[in-house]
Structures are given as structure tokens and as C-alpha cells.
Design a protein around this ligand. Structure first.
Ligand code: IPM
Ligand code: MG
Length: 346
């Protein structure tokens, strides 16, 4: 069966990095004889310019009919004043409540990890499960000229379904799950903790612990190797995943997958549109390339091809090939040129 992939290249560096991820996908699919189709769609600033709205119905509907979505990044200074929520609308419309961000420090990038050597294990590797379609991002809002309010809201079922995803992942990994909340202050966090404890009973093999988010932020720097699966709500996960990305050397290295109940998923680098470096062929495409690998693994169950991409990235790094953000003052390649190297190892 063909793989039907909707592609939203987006704004800023989005088109550059996604074009490279597509080249990698085409190469690997050719190698394994998988039929793949790409359908390009507009969203974000590009869609506002072309259609007047950031999340056109056509885009949402076509995504819904696809097996997976590959997305660059949306937005930029040109559209800031519009307060565009198209990425949030897309996530919500597609039912993508589970945002999965694996944090991996490749051996070869240890020299740019800001954490000292003796605090990082050799294969530092953990995964963040962030609730993506509720919480303060989607709660009631109010504003007047001198007052504003964003409500953090959670229903129990919204916590249950992301918790199941995280516990299932923990079961297949080191069987340790850290749930992050602010249960000493927030009602939503008290519900979160109670619900996670309830779900944990269905996964008796998994050791569950709870951390307050401020402590978790500190522990990520103090001793990141203590983590395996981190489970948290929307905004805490947004903040902690940016923090954690530096452990992998650069936010340019961090892929992400957003999933609902089934195999459908949206895959995007965790970074933004980086307008300051857009169009210069210097952005790091690896987060997008690794997101494509996650797509092959989670949506299409092609772990052979996914492993192939991840190993090709590792090989390129091992050969000393770098982009500017991970070069540590040494020479580096462009967006397209590092992808050429990665493709040569597929
Ligand atoms: C992310 C981004 C988005 C978020 C922004 C662009 C709305 O920071 O995917 O982490 O906050 O979810
Ligand atoms: Mg973020």
C-alpha cells in the first residue's frame, strides 16, 4: 500500500529543512521499495498570504485523508500581529493529543552538550510525552484593555489517554516513568497526579514517580541520565522539551511526533521558523530528517527504514560532518550538503 504523506513546508527555514527530509524519505523508500506520495499543502504565514487564513479547510481535510503529515514550522515576524493559531488549530483538528519528543545525545556530539561529561551516560536517551491539545493553550481566555486571563483546564480523559501512551512506551523501555506537574499549587495538576496514579495501576511493571515542574527543570540539568519517560501537560512539556533539546546539542537535532489514537501522525522538527537564518542554506535539517524517521517507525511501522535513516545520521556525524549550530567553531556544511552526506550512507 502506498504511503500518502501530506507536506506542509511552512515558513522561514521550514521549506529548506523539509525539502531535505523529503529527499531522505525518497531515497530510503526507493531502497526498500516502498511507494510514497507527497501532497504539498499550505498553512501558517504562507497560507495567510495565499488564502487569507493560516489553517485553510482544504489543508485540514487533505491532512485528514493522508496517512501522515510532515510539517516544517509556521509563522514569523511578518504575521506576528495576526496572533495566528494555525499550528494549534491543526493539532486540535487532527486530534493529535500526544506529542512525543525523543531526546538523544549522539556520542559524536558530546563535546557540544552543555552538561559536563561525568553527568551524562554514554547513550543518553529519554523521551518526553507532552499533552498537546488541552491545558492552558486551549482553555478559556479573556481580555480587556488592562486584564488578561488564560485558563489551564483538563478533563480526566485527556490525562488518561496521554498517560496510556507514555506508560505503553515505558513498558517497552526501561520501565521508569516520571510524571511532571505542579500539584503543590494547581488544581489541574492535582487531577493530573491522581489520574496518572490511577492509570499506573494498569502498568505494574513500570516504576512511576512524580516531580514538580520546577524541580524537573533543575533535575534535567543536574542529572539528565535519571530520566527515561517523562509525562507532562502541554505548557510544561513545551518548556521542558526546549530545555532538554540542548542536551542533544542543539534544538536543530530534536524531532517530534504528534499522535492521536491510531497510527496517523504529524511529524515536525521541534524548532521554529528561525527567520533570521531562513533562505541561507545554513539551517540544520537533522531534526526534520529524524522526524521523517519517526514517521516511518510510528505511522508506517517500517522500523528497518527508520533505523536506516537514524544510522545514516549517526554515520555522517561520526565522519565529522556538522551544520553551523553543532560545529563548535569548526568547519561545517550547508543544509543541502549535510543531507547529501546523510543520503550517501543510506
Ligand atoms: C512547539 C512550539 C509551539 C508550541 C508554538 C510554535 C505554538 O513551541 O511545538 O513546541 O508552543 O507548541
Ligand atoms: Mg516549543
Amino acid at each position: 500500500m502506498d504511503m500518502n504523506i501530506a507536506v506542509i513546508k511552512g515558513d522561514g527555514i521550514g521549506p529548506e529543512v523539509i525539502s531535505q527530509a523529503i529527499r531522505v524519505l525518497k531515497t530510503v523508500c526507493e531502497k526498500y521499495n516502498y511507494a510514497v506520495n507527497f501532497t504539498e499543502l499550505l498553512a501558517g504565514g504562507a497560507a495567510i498570504d495565499a488564502t487569507g487564513t493560516g489553517a485553510p479547510e482544504h489543508t485540514i481535510n487533505t491532512c485528514k485523508k493522508s496517512d501522515a503529515v510532515l510539517l516544517g514550522a509556521l509563522g514569523g515576524p511578518k504575521w506576528d500581529h495576526l496572533n495566528d493559531r494555525s499550528l494549534l488549530i491543526i493539532r486540535k483538528e487532527l486530534g493529535l493529543f500526544a506529542n512525543i519528543r525523543p531526546v538523544i545525545l549522539f556520542e559524536e556530539l558530546k563535546d557540544i552538550c552543555p552538561i559536563k561529561d561525568n553527568f551524562i551516560k554514554n547513550d543518553l536517551n529519554f523521551i518526553i510525552f507532552r499533552e498537546l491539545t488541552s491545558g492552558i493553550y486551549f482553555g478559556r481566555k479573556e481580555k480587556t484593555s488592562n486584564y488578561a486571563c488564560d485558563c489551564m483546564e483538563y478533563y480526566e480523559y485527556e490525562i488518561e489517554r496521554i498517560a496510556h501512551k507514555a506508560f505503553a512506551a515505558a513498558t517497552g523501555r526501561s520501565k521508569k516513568l516520571t510524571s511532571v506537574d505542579k500539584a503543590n499549587v494547581l488544581e489541574t495538576s492535582k487531577l493530573w497526579r491522581r489520574t496518572v496514579d490511577k492509570i499506573s495501576k494498569q502498568y505494574p511493571q513500570v516504576k512511576t514517580e512524580h516531580l514538580y515542574v520546577d524541580n524537573a527543570a533543575m533535575q534535567l540539568i543536574r542529572n539528565p541520565a535519571q530520566f527515561d519517560v517523562i509525562l507532562t501537560e502541554n505548557m510544561f512539556g513545551d518548556i521542558l522539551s526546549d530545555e532538554a533539546s540542548m542536551i542533544s546539542g542543539s534544538i536543530g537535532m530534536l524531532p517530534s511526533a504528534s499522535m492521536g489514537e491510531g497510527d496517523f501522525g504529524l511529524y515536525e522538527p521541534s524548532h521554529g521558523t528561525a527567520p533570521d537564518i531562513a533562505g541561507q542554506n545554513i539551517a540544520n535539517p537533522i531534526a526534520s530528517i529524524l522526524s521523517a524517521a519517526l514517521m516511518l517507525r510510528y505511522t508506517f511501522k517500517k522500523s528497518d527504514a527508520a533505523d536506516n535513516i537514524e544510522n545514516a545520521v549517526k554515520k555522517a556525524l561520526a565522519q565529522g560532518y556538522r551544520t553551523a549550530d553543532i560545529a563548535n567553531g569548526k568547519s561545517f556544511l550547508g543544509t543541502k550538503e549535510i543531507t547529501d552526506k546523510i543520503i550517501s550512507y543510506i
